[in-house]
Design a protein. Structure first.
Length: 151
């Protein structure tokens, strides 16, 4: 038992770090995180307040339409077919850059990294985690429409 405890000890640390990252993201975006405790499900808001969630009450909420998946995938396919030499992740990265540029820098995150000599290096990355699918779909549709109009 001692050996397996040591072997998988990293999992507990990783889970805790993931939870902490979620709390930080919630504060940045002024949202909340939801998680299960010994006393049931709770919603923790960015300001630190916690409320219990009645799961039975909340089961009636609207589920996202599954049709959006095929619609978005078809739009991506149409865009990708117009530039087949581009790798898939390169395509997604390029599209995210364009989306961000067209939407006041949406998803732009500025960070300071430590350089190899301990110096601080300003850097940035895109995080579109909170972008709703309907906005992404509309953006992709505009790209398809513009390209078809140009041809």
């Amino acid at each position: 038992m001692t050996e397996s405890k040591r072997k998988f000890e990293w999992v507990d640390k990783w889970a805790k770090m993931t939870g902490e990252r979620a709390r930080i993201d919630a504060k940045v975006h002024k949202t909340a995180i939801v998680y299960n405790t010994e006393n049931g499900w709770v919603k923790e808001f960015y300001d630190g307040t916690i409320e219990r969630i009645n799961i039975e009450e909340n089961r009636g909420g609207e589920m996202r339409e599954t049709e959006r998946i095929s619609t978005i995938m078809l739009l991506l396919q149409r865009i990708w077919e117009q530039q087949p030499d581009v790798r898939f992740n390169q395509l997604i990265s390029n599209l995210q850059q364009v989306y961000s540029a067209q939407n006041k820098g949406y998803g732009q995150r500025m960070i300071i990294e430590k350089g190899p000599f301990g110096d601080e290096i300003k850097s940035s990355y895109l995080d579109l985690f909170y972008l709703e699918d309907d906005k992404w779909e509309a953006f992709l549709q505009r790209i398809v429409d513009e390209r078809e109009k140009a041809n």
